[in-house]
Design a protein around this ligand. Structure first.
Ligand code: ADP
Length: 559
C-alpha cells in the first residue's frame, strides 16, 4: 500500500509565498491589504469600493451528489480546479467558506480542501483565522445581552419573554448548552427565562454577513432581524431595540474578505460560512463579488449536495446582482455512489460496478436539477486511490450514455495537474454554451408554492404536507409582509427526501414541513422538514482527541 500523507503533513511541507506576492498576481498593491502576519490579509474597504467598476469574471459553482459518510470532496475539487485554471494560464481564484470550530474539533475535519488541493495556512484557517467567527459570536451575544437587559429595565417593547427567538451562540459543539435557563437568583440577576445556544455558524448574523452587499446593507439587514414577539404576538426587531448600529460596529472588520493562497499559490478568498440547512451554506456575497472583480474565473462552492447548497446558491445568493454562475461542477465519488447503490460503509473497498450503476441515479437527479436552472455543467469524478479502473470506466460510460459531460479529477493526489481535464472541459462549455440561468421560482409566489416548487423539481417529491403549526405560521408570516422572501429549506443532506435513510433516488415520497422560521435580516424564510440540529454535539471519539501542538507551536493531528 502506498503511504498516504495526512492533509496537515502535506500542508506543513508546502512553502507559502508572502501574501503580498499573491495579491500582486491579481493586481492588488500593498495599500489594498490589511495584513494579518505574512500569509493572510483582509481586503480594505476602499479596495472593495474601487473594485466595483471592474469587469466581472465568470463564476463556477461546485456542488455534489448527496453526501455520504464516504465523503465527496467539494472543497478539494474547488481548490484543485482553481489551481488547474492557473496551470492553463488563466487568471483564476477560489472563493470558499470559513471553517467552524464545531466540526473541526468534532467529526468532520477541516474545511480547507485535502491532499495536494488545500488552502494555506490550513492551521490558521481551521482555528481562529482572522477572528471573523469571534466577531460574529460577540455580535450575536451582545444582542442577547441587550435583549435581557431590556427585560430587566422595564421591557418597554412589551416583549413576551416566552417568545424570545434570539438565542446565544458559541462556535463549538456543546450539546449541554442546547437548552438552558437564565436569569436565576432574584431580581438583580435578570428576568428568569428559557434560553439556549446555537453554534455560531447557525446564527442569523452569519447568514446576514454572507448576504450583505456592503456595510450599509449589513446594518439594514441586522436591523430587520426578528428577536422576539410581543404580547400582541407581533414581531420585535433589532431596529425596535435600536442596536443595529452597535452590532454593525462589532462586525466592521469581519465583513472584509480574507485573502490566502492554495498550495500552488492560487489566490483564494475565504470568507463567511453559514450552515447549509438552517441557512444558505455559501461563502459571502462580498467575497464572491470581490473575487469576480479580481479574476477571470472564480471557483466557489456551496454546502452539502445540489439539493441544498446549489439550490440555495441559485435561488437565494444568486438573487444578488453579479453572482450568477456561468457553469456548475457536480462532484461525485465512486465510493459515495456505491453507498447510494446500497453498499455499506465498511464494504466500500470492494469493487462493485453493480452498486455503482444503481447509485448513479442519485447523480442523475442532481444533473437534472442543474439543467432545470438552465446552467451548463460538468460532472467531476473525484478519484480515490481505492477506486478500480473498472469502476472509473463504468461511471464514465454511464455518464457518456446519458450525454452527461464528465471529467476524471485527481486533484487530491496531484493538485492542479489532476484537474486539467475538468478545467479544459469547463473552458470548452463556457465558450460553446451560454448559460440560460433562471431561478426556479418567482419571489412573488405564495410561500407554499415556492416550497412545492423546490420539493418537486429539486427533490423529486410527490407532494408537500404541513403541520398545523407550519400552516398557522405561513398565515402569520404572510400577514407580517414576509411572503415575498425566498425559501431556505432545512432538510437532511443525506437524502433527496426528508428521510436520511432513503439513499439513491427515492420516489413516491412526501416532504413534511414541520415548522417555519423567519430570517428576515438574511432575507429568507427557513422551512424545517425534520429536526435540524443548530447546536451539534461531539461524537464518541472527537477529532480533538488526536490534536496536539509541539513545543515549537506546530499543530499536530489537525487531519
Ligand atoms: P466536502 O467539501 O465535500 O465536505 P472536502 O473537500 O472537505 O469535502 O473533503 C473531505 C475529506 O475527504 C478531506 O479530508 C479530504 O482530504 C478527503 N478527500 C477528498 N477527496 C479525496 C480523494 N480523492 N482521495 C482521498 N481523500 C479525499
Amino acid at each position: 500500500k502506498p503511504v498516504v500523507k495526512s492533509d496537515i503533513e502535506i500542508a506543513q511541507a508546502s512553502t507559502m509565498k508572502p501574501i503580498k506576492e499573491i495579491a500582486e498576481k491579481i493586481g492588488l498593491q500593498d495599500d489594498d491589504l490589511e495584513l494579518f502576519g505574512k500569509y493572510k490579509a483582509k481586503l480594505s474597504s476602499e479596495t472593495l469600493k474601487k473594485l466595483r467598476t471592474n469587469e466581472s469574471g465568470k463564476i463556477i459553482l461546485v456542488t455534489s451528489i448527496n453526501p455520504t459518510p464516504a465523503g465527496e470532496g467539494k472543497s478539494t475539487v474547488t481548490v484543485g480546479l482553481g489551481d488547474a485554471f492557473n496551470r492553463l494560464g488563466k487568471k483564476a481564484m477560489v472563493a470558499m467558506r470559513e471553517p467552524s470550530l464545531g466540526p473541526t474539533m468534532g467529526i468532520k475535519g477541516g474545511a480547507t480542501g485535502g491532499g495536494y488541493s488545500q488552502v494555506l495556512p490550513m492551521e490558521d484557517i481551521n482555528l481562529h483565522f482572522t477572528g471573523d467567527l469571534h466577531a460574529i459570536t460577540t455580535a450575536n451575544n451582545a444582542l442577547a445581552a441587550l435583549i435581557d437587559n431590556h427585560l430587566q429595565q422595564g421591557n418597554q417593547l412589551n416583549i413576551d419573554q416566552r417568545r424570545i427567538v434570539w438565542k446565544r451562540a458559541l462556535d463549538l459543539n456543546d450539546r449541554a448548552l442546547r437548552k438552558i435557563v437564565i436569569g436565576l437568583g432574584g431580581p438583580v440577576q435578570g428576568v428568569p427565562r428559557e434560553d439556549g445556544f446555537d453554534i455560531t455558524v447557525a446564527s442569523e448574523i452569519m447568514a446576514v454577513l454572507c448576504l450583505a452587499s456592503d456595510l450599509k446593507n449589513l446594518k439594514e439587514r441586522l436591523g430587520k432581524m426578528v428577536i422576539a414577539y410581543n404580547y400582541e404576538k407581533q414581531p420585535v426587531t433589532v431596529a425596535d431595540l435600536g442596536v443595529e448600529g452597535a452590532l454593525t460596529l462589532l462586525l466592521k472588520e469581519a465583513v472584509k474578505p480574507n485573502l490566502v493562497q492554495t498550495i500552488e499559490h492560487t489566490p483564494a478568498i475565504i470568507h463567511g460560512g453559514p450552515f447549509a440547512n438552517i441557512a444558505h451554506g455559501c461563502n459571502s456575497v462580498i467575497a464572491t463579488t470581490a473575487a469576480s472583480k479580481l479574476a477571470d474565473y472564480v471557483v466557489t462552492e456551496a454546502g452539502f449536495g445540489a439539493d441544498l447548497g446549489a439550490e440555495k446558491f441559485l435561488n437565494i445568493k444568486a438573487r444578488t446582482e453579479g453572482i450568477d454562475p456561468e457553469a456548475v461542477v457536480i462532484v461525485a465519488t465512486i465510493r459515495a455512489l456505491k453507498m447510494h447503490g446500497g453498499v455499506a460503509k465498511t464494504e466500500l473497498g470492494r469493487e462493485d460496478t453493480e452498486a455503482l450503476t444503481a447509485g448513479f441515479s442519485n447523480l442523475k437527479k442532481h444533473v437534472e436539477t442543474i439543467e432545470s436552472f438552465g446552467l451548463p455543467y460538468v460532472v467531476a469524478i473525484n478519484r480515490f486511490i481505492s477506486d478500480s479502473e473498472n469502476e472509473v470506466n463504468t461511471l464514465k460510460d454511464l455518464c457518456n450514455q446519458a450525454g452527461i459531460p464528465v471529467a476524471l479529477t485527481e486533484v487530491w493526489e496531484k493538485g492542479g495537474e489532476g484537474g486539467i481535464e475538468l478545467a479544459g472541459k469547463l473552458l470548452e462549455i463556457l465558450e460553446d454554451k451560454e448559460a440560460q440561468f433562471n431561478h426556479l421560482y418567482e419571489l412573488s409566489l405564495p410561500i407554499e408554492e415556492k416550497i412545492q416548487t423546490i420539493a418537486q423539481k429539486v427533490y423529486g417529491a410527490d407532494k408537500v404536507e404541513y403541520s398545523t403549526k407550519a400552516k398557522k405560521q405561513i398565515r402569520d408570516f404572510e400577514s407580517f409582509g414576509w411572503g415575498c422572501l425566498p425559501i431556505c429549506m432545512a432538510k437532511t443532506q443525506y437524502s433527496l427526501s426528508d428521510d436520511p435513510a432513503k439513499l439513491g433516488r427515492p420516489s413516491n415520497f412526501t416532504i413534511t414541513i414541520r415548522e417555519l422560521k423567519p430570517s428576515i435580516g438574511a432575507g429568507f424564510i427557513v422551512a424545517l422538514t425534520g429536526d435540524v440540529m443548530t447546536m451539534p454535539g461531539l461524537p464518541k471519539a472527537p477529532a480533538a482527541m488526536n490534536m496536539d501542538v509541539d513545543d515549537d507551536g506546530n499543530a499536530l493531528g489537525l487531519f
